[in-house]
Write a new protein. Structure first.
Length: 368
């Protein structure tokens, strides 16, 4: 295989409603899309770098720079036998996993299309449908939050995740648990707490959460181990896990009992699958996180979520929760049982709507 050409586009897509976390609020997504021509077959990837370097150090600008000035030169003219080898070709570049994943996932899509099979199959996936949960951003009031939860449960979603931050944590969680005693409920702090907050976090044990996601420092695996020893509630790591070795270290020292998998954060399908296999062998469940993706990223998330150790509902939800109109055809839909049907068409299995993509494009660069 050889990548003949890459078209980089940045599209702007306004969210239906602002999404607030402990680190900031997003109203408009700037999304780099990667269209890779691999031996004449086109694959699509999405780069999940943020508008600001608040979730991770990567941004849309750094990703564009890394793809154009380092990843493309490494790839250009290079012969390889499968998409599984692309992460090695990129290994000389330290970090910048979201930039890498954007390109790597596009090549996986192209390979699946060359072989005329669904990407889920090529990855080794075994599910025909995946369980879907929602991530609900911080709301102006607990009442507003409860109303959102009510609506998502009525739509069928299997699990509710709320974002917490200091000052918006115990009260909303307590009230939701009182109002919805039996639902699968979890919280995500996006690194907003410190080890000194352990007594407060310990109080969350009273609410029988299925997990607490990334309470402590974004790069502090060690402190999560000390915290996990004090908590009944399982800790799930998100920001801390960038590769296989991070996952191995976190599991070995007891820093988490669950791992949130994000393609962008770990650099693509190959590394995600390695981490998945490790977790499976250690009886650590994984689930697919989200980065407010457009349909392209969402489609890759669905394919990855078909691997057998994705045993918990992920943050992969319907296109309509975020976008008035997605950029793929058909859009991602969720059944009243809170499931997403895995497409059976080749590759990511959804069609990029090229005209719509072009009309949303703010900049474009051809690499060849
Ligand atoms: O921590 O999981 C997170 C969105 C942006 C950055 C980080 C996170 C999130 C979400 C959104 O929780 C999940 C989604 O895309 O639905
Ligand atoms: Mg998270």
């Amino acid at each position: 295989m050889r990548v003949r050409k890459v078209i980089l586009r940045e599209i702007h897509l306004p969210l239906i409603a602002p999404f607030q976390t402990s680190f900031g609020t997003t109203t408009l997504r700037r999304i780099p899309l990667i269209e890779a021509d691999v031996d004449g077959v086109v694959g699509w990837g999405e780069c999940t770098a943020g508008e600001d370097p608040y979730y991770s150090y990567e941004t849309v600008e750094t990703a564009w720079h890394i793809i154009r000035d380092f990843l493309w030169p490494a790839l250009k003219g290079r012969e390889f036998s499968s998409a599984a080898e692309v992460s090695e070709i990129f290994a000389q570049v330290r970090g910048h996993n979201m930039a890498k994943a954007g390109v790597e996932t596009a090549i996986w899509d192209a390979e699946a299309k060359q072989k005329n099979i669904p990407l889920a199959k090529l990855l080794g996936g075994t599910r025909e449908e995946i369980g879907s949960g929602v991530s609900i951003g911080i709301q102006p009031s607990i009442e507003a939050l409860a109303a959102k939860v009510e609506k998502e449960l009525a739509a069928g979603y299997q699990r509710i995740k709320i974002k917490i931050k200091p000052g918006f944590d115990l009260d909303p969680t307590r009230i939701l648990r009182q109002r919805f005693p039996r639902i699968r409920l979890m919280v995500d702090a996006n690194s907003a707490y410190t080890p000194e907050d352990a007594p407060l976090l310990k109080k969350l044990d009273a609410f029988f959460l299925i997990m607490i996601e990334q309470p402590l420092g974004h790069d502090d695996i060690y402190s999560h181990a000390a915290l996990q020893r004090q908590l009944e509630t399982p800790i799930c790591l998100d920001e801390c896990i960038h590769d296989y070795e991070h996952a191995r270290a976190a599991i070995e020292i007891g820093a988490c009992k669950i791992i949130n998998m994000k393609l962008g954060r770990v650099g693509g399908h190959t590394e995600a699958r390695k981490i998945h296999d490790l977790c499976q062998s250690k009886s650590i469940p994984v689930w697919c996180g989200g980065m407010l993706e457009s349909g392209i990223g969402r489609a890759h998330n669905i394919a990855m979520s078909t691997l057998p150790n994705f045993t918990l509902p992920g943050d992969v939800s319907a296109s309509r929760r975020y976008w008035t109109e997605d950029i793929i055809e058909p859009e991602v839909e969720v059944s009243s049982r809170g499931t997403i049907r895995v497409p059976s068409a080749p590759g990511i299995g959804y069609l990029p709507r090229l005209e719509r993509i072009e009309s949303l494009t703010q900049r474009r660069e051809v690499l060849e």
